[in-house]
Design a protein around this ligand. Structure first.
Ligand code: BGC
Length: 221
């Protein structure tokens, strides 16, 4: 009897550990957006303080030219409403510069969106890359990119800068339960008019601008 009970206990502990592990794995690469409409002014309205923060702090080894402790990193928070996805970025970056010729090499943040989450290996009409540098200059690429779809505001602070973005979503059904593909990136132009580091949220390769299959998941809650 005792042997039977201990066997049951071991099985139940093992099952709990396994399911906890599954939960952790399932949540890695999942970002949740709450419903709400912020004012896009680079100020942290009260509603943002209720949103979970996602860390954009994983270096891409192949493009890392500086000590990773000096690399620019960010937290991102998300909101949505009937027409827009909103992202608030708080970026830590000790030296701000937009001297590099390429937009993607300047101090900037990038949000990659696969609105239908069809995970295509090239960009389709529902896929786009939206970029905002620390001075508020907007740019982007991808079949689904249209500059009229993005609004943004930026502000510098003691530790770096803030970017608040609103992205008009055309292909996604903006309702609770909708999922999209998403990735977040911070470009760091450190001190040489070139990009010295990239920090990412989920997939640590420099390929999100051309392949949506490795994005994480965004859930509208
Ligand atoms: C990438 C660059 C790429 C650019 C194109 C950036 O996200 O990091 O390597 O050239 O996108 O838009």
């Amino acid at each position: 009897m005792i042997r039977f009970l201990s066997a049951c206990l071991i099985i139940s502990l093992a099952t709990t550990a396994w399911s906890q592990n599954q939960t952790t794995k399932a949540q890695k690469g999942v970002a949740v957006a709450k419903k709400g409409t912020p004012k896009v002014d680079a100020k942290i309205d009260g509603i943002w303080k209720t949103c979970p923060k996602y860390l954009v702090n994983q270096p891409i080894a192949e493009v890392l030219e500086i000590d990773p402790k000096d690399m620019a990193t960010a937290t991102v928070r998300l909101l949505w409403d009937d027409r827009y996805l909103y992202a608030l970025w708080v970026v830590k970056d000790s030296e701000l510069s937009a001297d590099a010729g390429d937009d993607w090499a300047q101090d900037s943040v990038e949000l990659f969106l696969d609105q239908r989450q069809d995970k295509s290996t090239s960009y389709d009409t529902d896929d786009a890359q939206y970029r905002v540098n620390f001075e508020g200059k907007m740019s982007g690429q991808g079949t689904g990119y249209d500059e009229v779809d993005i609004k943004a505001a930026t502000a510098k602070n003691k530790k770096g800068y803030i970017v608040e973005m609103a992205i008009r979503t055309h292909a996604a059904d903006m309702k609770v339960g909708t999922v999209m593909g998403v990735e977040f990136q911070v470009n760091d132009e450190h001190d040489r008019a070139q990009r010295d580091a990239i920090a990412k949220w989920f997939h640590t390769q420099d390929d999100s601008w051309q392949d949506t299959s490795t994005f994480g998941t965004l859930e509208l809650k």
